[in-house]
Design a protein around this ligand. Structure first.
Ligand SMILES: [Ca+2]
Ligand SMILES: [Ca+2]
Length: 144
């Protein structure tokens, strides 16, 4: 995101979102987001608001760069947690596959937990294998 002049708020939902602060080539703080060019700093700056969960990297980022921070609250929902153990793992992908495949060996607790999870990952209104693919993709990204 660079020089988006209408960008006023930046919401980072992933509490553990990694933000590269240092440009590996110039060894200077990399501009990850900006909405204007500052002649004073001879670079791009962001003057908007950063929104995120309390204690998240978004908050640290805002603090470090002096951005205005707006908290979304204390609770940090775990994306892709289908079995309610508080973390995203392959077990969640398996559970989602079983749910999509209408596996009738799933017990009531499992189904209830699933229904309270964010099953529609890609927000297309359907719970499908595309959501499983996205979950697996997130898992791969997480383990790297
Ligand atoms: Ca889980
Ligand atoms: Ca979907």
């Amino acid at each position: 995101m660079s020089r988006c002049t209408n960008l006023e708020t930046l919401t980072i939902l992933n509490p553990e979102c990694e933000v590269a602060h240092i440009d590996p080539y110039t060894k200077k703080p990399a501009t990850i987001v900006s909405n204007q060019y500052s002649t004073r700093f001879n670079g791009e700056v962001y003057s908007g608001i950063v929104r995120g969960y309390t204690g998240s990297t978004a908050e640290k980022l805002a603090e470090q760069f002096g951005y205005q921070f707006q908290s979304l609250g204390e609770s940090i929902p775990v994306t892709g947690d289908m079995n309610g153990d508080g973390k995203m793992s392959v077990a969640d992908a398996v559970l989602l596959i079983r749910f999509i495949g209408e596996d009738d060996t799933l017990n009531e607790t499992q189904i209830n937990t699933l229904l309270h999870s964010e099953l529609d990952f890609n927000k297309d209104g359907l719970i499908s294998l595309q959501d499983v693919q996205l979950l697996l993709k997130l898992l791969t990204a997480q383990s790297n």
